[in-house]
Design a protein around this ligand. Structure first.
Ligand code: FES
Length: 185
């Protein structure tokens, strides 16, 4: 009978559950569900925070070294721009051997360009000029370009490692930063 009355009222446009026992029940049910939702959110958040703590941030950086091909791919007395875009390195071959210049200006870090006709590097940002050896000719750059470590792999390729750098005259021409030319190089 009560249901029939509610349906009748509803059909006449009156609210079927306004106030009363049914409305109170819905409100309690709503609050109960809201409570559970908050509790579940809190628990999930806590578990996620705990998992994040257990698995620390790991930065996957690209490897610093790469194989740069066989020495005879590089003509004597040349600056190769083959790796400038992908590895930011110039491979230089002189009469005596090889070195690898890091293509990063020592002023504010722009990438200079090699100008074959002038035999020099020029930085497009503030105009620093560098020799083929990496020394500053003029410009705001405060020091020479850096050289990356260079070696030869067992399979006869050049191996360049940007993880080790040197730009001090004297130190940069020997050790790991200059690979002397050999007959079978
Ligand atoms: S970044 Fe190269 S001259 Fe300023």
């Amino acid at each position: 009978m009560a249901n029939e009355t509610a349906v009748a009222q509803s059909a006449q446009g009156a609210p079927a559950c306004s106030g009363g026992f049914v409305g109170e029940l819905s409100r309690k049910e709503f609050l109960r569900k809201l409570g559970w939702a908050c509790f579940t959110t809190y628990m999930v958040g806590s578990v996620l925070a705990m998992l994040r703590f257990m698995f620390p941030n790991v930065l996957y950086e690209p490897p610093t070294s790469f194989k740069a091909g066989k020495p005879d791919e590089y003509p004597i007395n040349s600056v190769s721009t083959k790796w400038t875009k992908s590895k930011r390195v110039w491979v230089v071959r002189t009469q005596k051997g090889f070195y690898a210049l890091w293509a990063r200006c020592t002023h504010l870090g722009c990438t200079p360009n090699w100008f074959e006709s002038e035999r020099r590097f020029k930085c497009p940002c503030h105009g620093s000029n560098f020799t083929m050896q990496g020394d500053v000719i003029f410009g705001p750059a405060p020091k020479p370009l850096y050289r990356a470590a260079i070696a030869k792999t067992d399979d006869g390729q050049l191996l360049i490692d940007k993880g080790r750098l040197e730009n001090r005259p004297g130190a940069r021409e020997r050790g790991d930063f200059f690979l002397p030319h050999t007959e079978n190089a």
